[in-house]
Design a protein around this ligand. Structure first.
Ligand code: KG4
Ligand code: ZN
Length: 346
């Protein structure tokens, strides 16, 4: 294999330290590794930024050694290096970014900083090679909830975003109230799945005329529901441990239903304004949610639009999506015959 085509990317914006080895010519992930800190943060009910940075710092070098051993590559065989440059937790980002930039600088190879949200937008391409342009992308994660018009590779615009909390953040905050582990979305889904109750707790859907949505009210609605039902432990600031499971399940079902309805409204608002789109993609950690995938794919089918889901392993934070975007940038720069100076594109 021509080693000029090898790219190594790192992602460290939150609580995952991930590496990806990517072939720019064949456009395929050759090897990928994700180390999650979930077992450290779940006890705290969420990610503590300084703790996340501390673990990235201690793990990143041994993880890279392990990665190289498993992929049977050496750093000198790799021609390009990339790292997430934001948005995310500053301390966590800094570890991955400076680590990878240092390696690139030492080897005198090109280095690219890649936006994390751009990574999520193009992650659906990792398991669907032929998504047509233009398409709408619903990107739903723990930090962001937005709809984008994606015109081409490296060309997109944000059409709308949540007014306050992200959908994943809302799942996580409500899960914490319900005494469920972090990350909450997965545990709420596990409780809610296969229950036909829908919005039995009657939480209202908060959507605005300009298409934007707001999730912060839902957390407050759940809090007052727990208080009014007599299940709130005001000292621990969460649900009492002897709360009947049936109540917790009802809350989980209703929360999942309302969040998914709001996301469906959100995407439908922009679909109506974009008659020329050729598809809808769904990406980000919350896109792991089976009911959300079903809702958006049924909505797309109803409007005769192709729907492209993202494989679970590419929904949550990973370095493959960072490598994919970096590779597109390298290809574009090669086409324009740009040169590299001091390890960075000129
Ligand atoms: O994309 P991601 O890994 O990290 C960010 O960039 O934020 O997304 C993490 C978010 C968390 O808030 C988590 O609760 C949510 O994705 N999530 C889910 C599910 N799995 C993860 N939300 C709903 N249903 C799921 N199955
Ligand atoms: Zn993310």
């Amino acid at each position: 294999m021509n080693s000029n085509n090898l790219l190594l990317a790192v992602e460290s914006s939150c609580d995952e330290t991930a590496f990806s080895l990517y072939n720019i010519e064949t456009e395929e992930v050759l090897f990928s590794l994700i180390h999650s800190q979930i077992n450290i943060h779940e006890k705290n009910g969420g990610v503590i930024p300084d703790l996340a940075a501390h673990y990235h710092y201690h793990l990143i070098y041994p993880l890279l050694l392990d990665f190289l051993l498993q992929s049977q590559k050496t750093l000198s065989e790799i021609s390009y290096f990339a790292a997430t440059n934001g948005p995310g937790l500053p301390g966590a980002l800094l570890i991955g970014y400076t680590f990878m930039k240092g390696i690139a600088w030492g080897l005198k190879r090109p280095f690219l900083g890649i936006n994390h949200l751009t990574g999520h937008i193009y992650a659906p391409f990792l398991n669907n090679k032929n998504i047509p342009f233009p398409h709408l992308c619903l990107s739903v994660s723990g930090g962001h909830t937005s709809v984008y018009m994606v015109d081409n590779f490296l060309s997109y615009q944000c059409l709308g975003s949540t007014r306050d909390d992200a959908a994943g953040e809302c799942f996580d905050k409500i899960a914490k109230l319900l005494n469920l582990p972090y990350p909450g979305g997965k545990y709420i889904e596990a409780l809610a799945n296969n229950k036909e109750l829908k919005n039995i707790r009657k939480y209202s859907i908060s959507v605005l005329d300009d298409g934007s949505i707001s999730f912060s009210g839902l957390k407050t609605a759940v809090l007052y529901d727990i208080i009014n039902s007599g299940y709130y432990n005001s000292i621990e600031k969460k649900i009492k441990i002897d709360t009947p499971q049936s109540f917790i399940t009802e809350v989980a079902v209703s929360v999942q239903y309302v969040i998914n309805q709001m996301l469906k409204y959100f995407v439908s608002f922009f679909v109506k304004k974009s008659p020329n789109i050729k598809g809808i993609t769904l990406t980000g950690g919350v896109a792991c949610n089976g009911l959300l995938q079903k809702e958006i794919s049924e909505f797309a089918a109803l409007h005769d639009i192709h729907f492209f889901s993202t494989e679970k392993k590419y929904c949550c934070d990973n370095a493959d999506m960072i490598a994919f975007v970096a590779a597109k940038k390298i290809q574009a720069n090669r086409d324009q015959e740009k040169i590299y100076t001091e390890g960075i594109f000129s």
